[in-house]
Design a protein around this ligand. Structure first.
Ligand SMILES: N[C@@H](CCC(=O)N[C@@H](CS)C(=O)NCC(=O)O)C(=O)O
Length: 205
């Protein structure tokens, strides 16, 4: 399999999941500006939607959308326990989290990335994110991860998007449980490997 990614983008979530699942996935970095990949492919030919992530399967099919990719990867390695079994109530609980992260948090950051967004719109986007963070703060008082004691693909996705607070001057200190979650996930060996591979962490001297 090959994962098309951009450094620190939402593609970090399937990247983390692939490593946590112990799957062999090649990486190809996409320059979203030029539309070229590091290995010389035209990314529009891979994913006509034009955005990362995209996962080229060994069959030649290409899967897109973070929520689909993280579940597909986790389902290839059920022994890793990164997703509850299909058909269980717990699996729908996971889907509930993936929907929340995708629409309320991932896309909630959308206006903040665009230089042309008016300041008032950015302020509203930050207020909305603060409401979602407050909800997460209350939820994470119950356990170390979104689904309780066990790390799942939803945690990989949440970690990836909340990490963007670092780029937008959003202080997480009003949310100690969420801050603790970020530290806990960042300390996982496979997460560190993914961050190192994307150049988001420097190797200790
Ligand atoms: N709905 C997509 C959204 C993916 C997305 O927002 N990708 C961003 C990076 S985090 C991107 O590639 N943006 C570049 C663009 O849209 O041109 C998903 O869940 O995978």
């Amino acid at each position: 399999m090959k994962l098309y990614y951009a450094t620190g983008a939402c593609s970090l979530a399937p990247h983390i999941v692939a490593r946590e699942a112990g799957l062999r996935v090649d990486l190809d970095k996409v320059d979203l500006g030029s539309g070229k990949t590091e290995r010389g492919a035209a990314f529009a030919d891979v994913n006509p939607k034009g955005y990362v992530p995209a996962l080229a399967l060994d069959s030649g099919e290409v899967l897109t959308e973070v929520s689909a990719l993280v579940q597909y990867l986790a389902d290839q390695a059920p022994q890793a326990g990164l997703v509850p079994a299909a058909g269980t109530t717990e699996r729908y609980r996971l889907l509930e989290w993936l929907g929340f992260i995708s629409t309320e948090i991932h896309k909630g950051f959308g206006p903040l990335w665009k230089p042309q967004t008016p300041e008032a719109t950015k302020a509203t986007a930050k207020e909305n994110l603060a409401k979602r963070f407050t909800y997460l703060e209350q939820h994470l008082a119950r356990g170390p991860f979104l689904m309780g004691e066990r790390f799942t693909v939803a945690d990989a996705y949440l970690f990836t998007v909340v990490n963007w607070t670092n780029f937008h001057g959003i202080d997480l200190s009003p949310y100690p449980n969420l801050k603790g979650f970020m530290e806990r996930v960042a300390a996982r060996p496979k997460v560190r490997e993914a961050l190192l591979a994307e150049g988001l962490l420097k190797e200790a001297a």
